[in-house]
Design a protein around this ligand. Structure first.
Ligand code: SF4
Ligand code: SF4
Length: 441
C-alpha cells in the first residue's frame, strides 16, 4: 500500500513503525474472511482491511480520532486472526496498538464510557481491588435487567453477569518465594502470578506449581510482579501499560540475576502474548530495551515449556473426550497450536477440534464488558461449535476464555494444565467425571 507521510511525521518512531506496517498491506482482503467482527457484522469497516484504511487515513492526515474510527477500532477484538491469515506479514497488532494509543490521546469519549473504562483500569489489574469488586457485585445483580435496557449501562450489566457468585480464597502459593523441585533438578522457572486469574481461579497456578515441582522444576514466584499490562494496553493506556511492563521486567531480572531462569512460565495466553511483546514495547527505552528483550525470549506458555521437557508416561490415562479451545492469544498471538493438544493426547485424553476454531469466543480482555452484544454472538457461536464435537469437557489455556465459555456452556470448562496434572497424578479437576477410565499401559 502506498503511503504519504511527511518526513516530520516519520521522525516519530511510532508513526515510522506504522508506516512500515501499512506499506506491507496489499489490499488483498484475505483477512476479512477470518475476522470475527466482519463475519458477524458484514461491514468492511469492521474488517481488518477496513480498519487499516481508517488508521492510515487518521495517521497520514495527523488527525485526532473521530467517532467513526473509534467505533470500528473499539469493535476490534485484537484476536489477531487477521495476522494468521495475512500472506504479506502485516503486523496488525502493532498497528492497532498504535491506533488505540492515538485514540486515547486525541478523543474524548462520552462520560459513561470514560467512567467505565477508568473503573476497569482501576480495578481489574489489582487482585485486592478486583476481589473487593466481585464481592460488591452481588449488590448490583438484582438490577441487571434494568441496566441491560439502557444502552450506556450495558457494560455494567455485562460485568455483573460475568462476576462469579462465589470467589475462591487467595492462594498462599501466589506469595513471593521458591518452590523446590522434587528429585533430580530439571530446570528453574519464574511463574507469572498475574491479576484477574489469581482471583477467579488461583488453582490454575497452584496446579502448575504442583505439576512442575513434581517433574523436578524449581518454581520461583518473584517479589514485585503483577498484571502484565494487557488489560490497559487494549484500552490504549500506553503509560500504564509500560509501567506494568517495567515493573515485571525488574522483578524477573532480579530473579535471573539471583539464580538464572530457564523460562518465565505463563498460564494465561493473553498475558503471554503481551509479555512476548515487551521487547518491542520497551525498544525505545534505553534503560529497559535489552532487559525487556531478554524477558520476552524467556516468556513461555506453560504448555510450550512442558512440551520441551520430555514428560514421562502419565500415571493414569483418563480417556475423556476433550474439546480443545485454542484461545486467540494462543493460536494467533503466540502461534502455539500443536503443543497443548499433543500434551493432552499423550496424557490419555481424546482431543477434538471444534469447527471454526480460528474464531474468537468474544472474551478478548475487557471486550465482553465493553462490547457485550457482539461478544455474546461470538460466545454462542463458539459454544455451538464446541458442543457439536460431542466432548465431555472443554480445555483451554486462557482465563478470559474459561470465564466467557463457562458462563453459557453446559460442559465443564477447565484450564489445560488441570487435565495434564490429573493425568500425571494430581487431583481430578472439579466438574469433570472419570466415566471412561483407561488403564495406563
Ligand atoms: S484483530 Fe481480530 S477482530 Fe481485529 S481486525 Fe484482526 S481479525 Fe478482526
Ligand atoms: S490479508 Fe494482509 S495484505 Fe491482505 S488486506 Fe489483509 S492485512 Fe492487507
Amino acid at each position: 500500500m502506498q503511503t504519504n507521510f511527511s518526513a516530520a511525521q516519520l521522525a516519530d518512531p511510532h508513526v515510522a513503525e506504522s508506516e512500515k506496517i501499512l506499506r506491507k498491506c496489499v489490499h488483498c482482503g484475505f483477512c476479512t474472511a477470518t475476522c470475527p467482527t466482519y463475519v458477524t457484522l458484514g461491514n468492511e469497516l469492521d474488517s481488518p482491511r477496513g480498519r487499516i484504511y481508517l488508521i492510515k487515513d487518521m495517521l497520514e492526515n495527523g488527525r485526532p480520532a473521530d467517532k467513526e474510527i473509534v467505533t470500528h477500532i473499539d469493535r476490534c477484538l485484537s484476536c489477531l486472526a487477521c495476522m494468521t491469515t495475512c500472506p504479506s506479514g502485516v503486523n496488525y497488532m502493532h498497528l492497532v496498538d498504535h491506533a488505540r494509543a492515538h485514540i486515547e490521546k486525541t478523543y474524548r469519549r462520552p462520560p459513561l464510557d470514560r467512567l467505565t473504562r477508568a473503573m476497569l483500569a482501576f480495578v481489574l489489574p489489582y487482585p485486592g481491588r478486583f476481589r473487593a469488586a466481585l464481592k460488591l457485585a452481588g449488590l448490583g445483580r438484582p438490577f441487571i435487567g434494568l441496566f441491560e435496557k439502557l444502552p450506556a449501562l450495558k457494560p455494567v450489566a455485562a460485568m455483573l453477569k460475568l462476576a462469579p457468585s462465589s470467589i475462591p480464597p487467595a492462594s498462599p502459593m501466589a506469595s513471593p518465594g521458591t518452590h523446590a523441585g522434587q528429585g533430580a533438578k530439571r530446570g528453574r522457572v519464574a511463574i507469572l502470578t498475574g491479576c484477574a486469574q489469581s482471583v477467579l481461579d488461583p488453582a490454575i497456578n497452584e496446579t502448575t506449581i504442583s505439576l512442575l515441582t513434581r517433574l523436578g522444576v524449581e518454581v520461583v514466584v518473584p517479589e514485585g510482579e503483577g498484571c502484565c499490562g494487557a488489560l490497559v494496553h487494549h484500552m490504549g493506556r500506553e503509560e500504564a501499560t509500560l509501567a506494568s511492563a517495567r515493573r515485571n521486567v525488574d522483578a524477573w531480572t532480579r530473579a535471573i540475576e539471583q539464580g538464572g531462569l530457564d523460562a518465565i512460565v505463563i498460564t494465561a495466553s493473553g498475558c503471554g502474548t503481551t509479555i512476548k511483546d515487551y521487547g518491542f514495547m520497551l525498544r525505545l527505552d534505553p534503560a529497559y530495551a535489552e532487559k525487556a528483550a531478554r524477558v520476552s525470549v524467556l516468556a513461555k506458555d506453560v504448555t510450550e515449556y512442558l512440551a520441551g521437557l520430555d514428560l514421562p508416561e502419565p500415571v493414569r490415562k483418563p480417556g475423556t473426550v476433550v474439546a480443545y479451545h485454542s484461545a486467540c492469544s494462543m493460536q494467533h498471538g503466540q502461534k502455539i497450536t500443536r503443543q497443548p493438544k499433543e500434551l493432552l493426547a499423550k496424557a490419555g485424553f481424546v482431543v477434538r477440534d471444534p469447527r471454526e476454531g480460528h474464531l474468537c469466543c468474544g472474551s478478548a480482555g475487557t471486550y465482553n464488558i465493553l462490547q457485550p452484544d457482539i461478544s455474546a454472538k461470538l460466545r454462542d457461536r463458539k459454544i455451538r461449535n464446541i458442543e457439536a464435537t460431542g466432548a465431555e469437557i472443554v480445555a483451554t489455556g486462557n482465563i478470559g476464555c474459561i470465564t466467557q465459555i463457562a458462563w453459557a456452556a453446559k460442559l465443564p470448562v477447565v484450564h489445560t494444565i488441570k487435565l495434564l496434572d490429573w493425568a500425571y497424578g494430581g487431583p481430578k479437576p472439579e466438574g469433570v467425571s472419570d466415566a471412561k477410565p483407561v488403564a495406563a499401559e
